[in-house]
Ligand binder design. Structure first.
Ligand SMILES: [Zn+2]
Length: 96
């Protein structure tokens, strides 16, 4: 999983790997994504991406077993989507 991030200040696209390299700062303009949580934020982004990889791998494995089941997409993705939408709504207000 490669989470694509847009810096609300400069509008450029950034990958988690780049944020880890800069310790929580935008690689284009050097500004922190959070005044108070630069390192913690970078850490949480890495955790989210790693967790996404684990989830994707497990789902691929499950699908490969061709089991007698279906999965309700919202039960897997609903909460993640809600959190992302909440984050994006805040970003629109120019919060930093
Ligand atoms: Zn930027």
């Amino acid at each position: 999983m490669k989470i694509k991030i847009i810096h609300t200040e400069c509008g450029r696209e950034i990958l988690v790997r780049q944020i880890l390299e800069t310790g929580g700062h935008c690689p284009w303009d050097g500004k922190p994504f959070s005044k108070d949580y630069t390192a913690v934020l970078a850490d949480a982004l890495e955790t989210a991406e790693n967790a996404g990889n684990v989830l994707e791998n497990a789902l691929e494995k499950i699908a490969g077993m061709d089991p007698a089941m279906t999965i309700q997409p919202r039960s897997v993705l609903g909460e993640s989507q809600a959190q992302i939408e909440a984050l994006n709504d805040h970003g629109k207000d120019g919060r930093r």
